[in-house]
Design a protein around this ligand. Sequence first.
Ligand SMILES: [Zn+2]
Ligand SMILES: [Zn+2]
Ligand SMILES: [Zn+2]
Length: 937
Amino acid sequence: MANEYKKTMNLPKTGFPMRASLAQNEPKRLAQWNEDKLYEQLLKKNEGHEKFVLHDGPPYANGPIHLGHAQNKISKDIINRYWAMRGYQTPYVPGWDCHGQPIEHKVEETLGTEKFNQLPTVKIRELCRKMAVEQVDTQRQGFKRLGVLAEWDNPYLTYVHDYDATDVEIFKAIFDKGAIYRGRKPVHWCTHCHTALAEAEIEYGDEVSPAIFVRFEMTTVPAGLETYEGNLWVDIWTTTPWTLPADDAVILHPEADYVAVVVDGRAELMAEALVEKDCAKFGYESYELARRENGEVWRMTGEELCHNKYKQPIFGDQGVEGEFIYADYVTLEDGTGIVHTAPGHGVDDYNAGMRFGIPVVMPVDDDGNFYKGDGMGTGGPWSGMNVNDANPKIIEWLEERGTLILHEDITHSYPHCWRCKQPVIFRATSQWFVSMDKTGLRKDALRELEKVKFYPAHSRNRITSMVEGRPDWCISRQRNWGVPIPAYTCQDCGETVMNDATLDKVIELFREKGSDAWFTEDPASYLGDACVCPKCGSHNLKANTDILDVWWDSGVSHTAVCKHRGYLKFPADMYLEGSDQHRGWFMSSLMTSVGAYDVAPYKSIVSQGFTLDGQGRKMSKSLGNVIDPNKECDTRGADVLRLWVASVDTSTDVPCDDTILDHVGDAYRKIRNTFRFLLGEIEDQFDPATQGVPVSELTAYDRITLAHMCEVHDTVARAYEGYRFNVVFRTLYDYVTELSNGYLNATKDRVYCGATNSPERRSAQTTWAYILSMLIHDFQPILVYTTDEVMPHLPASMRDNQEHAALLDWYQAPMTTVEYEPLLKAHKALAETRSAFTKAYEEATSEGVIPEKTSQAARAALTMPAEALEELEATGIDLAEPLVCSAVTVAAGDEFSAAVSHAEGERCPRCWNWRKLGEDGLCCRCHDAVEGASEQG
Ligand SMILES: [Zn+2]
Ligand SMILES: [Zn+2]
Ligand SMILES: [Zn+2]
């Protein structure tokens, strides 16, 4: 703009650059934070205040950080920074889950399985620890780069001695209550990883399995079917033929009716409801139903048929029999309404079998191979064979014997090992369990959950229903890299030895030497007097080798971290993790805490969704849709990634891809430009402490705008407190957009062209300073680098005399709710007026009424409802300024409307407003401004 009056104007100037160059500048700022010990300063600032403890859920120390990690840590940082601004002291100790299978697996891969298996446990554990340390370092660098403030130099790691000891301490507390027991029970078993798996380590995926219908020959005759003696069968259906060697019962529904289908001289029992469907399927073309002597169809309920017997399908020729029992879970949707049962291979089977005293037969070893032998409890004809290989052989064998009715393949959801992705089997093994009901753990946990606050509220149902339906927790694993289950076996009588005396010695040992000592020290050397078998008196005890479920490790962090670090607190104020942790860390923390102390370890839970790509797919290397947070930091910058986290609704699954990040980048630039625009008239030009105008003396337009700003600020605070970052983002982003189109665009004339010290200009600058200050504070928890970058450009009075944005206190709005609320109606009326004017102005322009095509050359006759008119007039506002036009008239009418005509007067060459010009050719205001400037100069 060539304007000879330019030097008489207050044009914007600021050292805050338009281009962010975040990728280059953020690392420098981060280094400065480290040097200034910003995290420590933050704790110091709020020392002696109430604490807010967000207890970090430990990510698994494995591989570089991914977007889900970034979302998690950024969310936590936003929350901590917000509460720190509110005056809470926010000690935040990051942690890592260091034990467990993924690391052990990696070590095994690096060494090769053969070499791995030859190494002593202690050596394997040493390699695992080394790997964990490296992984922790890699991830720590990634997390710090995101701008997350934490006690990075002293994180918690689950392999340190005190942590090992804590694992056993909690174990002892729960053991003493009587909730820990050793039992033989079917558990998910990975034959590939040779270990029992917890429900949390299971992933469900589709699998093709052989589904077979088989007939078992009955050895008893239900009353009324005597005619068919010797040719009476019961039809079953199974998708795991390999479990037939362990079959010892069939389960019927207690109330369902069963009939006998007569075909080819045989009578076969099945549920009446399924006869038609199954016979069609089996190709039983001409069948009839067995009848009683009186001609009625023979039927009996499952309960009535209970305790009948049949020849075991594999070992029946040796005289082994199975028994009819019943259970409610049998459905009449598929199969025959009669379920083959092997209590050693299924939880439902096991539970149903227990009620009828059916023995648990388990013919399969750790590798998934049948035990060798001829009789029940071995693989019989398939001795030594892997169960998967045996499947087709068993089907063949049944077919040869004429007992196979039908074989088809079905695709169904089947449990897989989370680590090796192989299908798992159910297998009864000796394991350690935490009972959910023996000591009332389930009941107590449910009671404690009721006291916990959940964000979002509905996520409460998820963990609650999991606690309700949860089977006993199998806590033993057959691996190397973990904390041992502190049990011994008497070498003389085989008794399992564990008691308070031995547990206390183990706690002492671990605290002093770590859990490695379990594998190196002779129990007699540290157990002392406790080294005795209570059953036979022998002193010859051997340490067992099972280790604790890794979820136990992370689960006891409430004690190892929150209790043992005196500056934290128990229960913690908050746990925040992805929704998968309802069955993972939220659960194991709850179980160990309620088990040991009878209270939940957390007062509130924030549950977040997963990161997906823009089309809602999982991110994977093969799809090429992975967004790598490290890479994004090196290109777009951490603040853009943080703004993305704030922009999405983390209470559900969140999308991310390059297009989405591009949009977030646009939003970022808009926010940054608003900071810069405001700084342009404040940096070195205005200090609200000395030049500010009291709120009561602001112009009407400024006061109305300020009232709305206070409302926005309150909305933002409420959104932060409900952990709805997307509402924070949306509210602030919309506000910034509204400002740049409306208020800032309208008042820049007053600020640029008004006399430097005129009350009107100072009034606008005061308002701009309030807005800038509010935006810096409200964005601080999210845009940590950018708000920090603004700080040196602000007068000290606008930054609480702090150098770093993280140290700001929460923004104190210039008006209370009582003060600002009455002005909101005027603000609303103003917005409606503006949109009516804009519409009329655009029409007038297109009709050629305003050839200059600038609203400054227009005047408006406004109409609005009487109530709105009253609200606006009460403030004394001149509507020409917000509408950026030359003059307005206002009248009451039915609705908001405007008639636009050309301005009167001429264009002032200095400010381009249309006014009546004076002798010097300037408008009155510009005349004064120029005079004032030349007087000063
Ligand atoms: Zn596995
Ligand atoms: Zn003994
Ligand atoms: Zn002018």
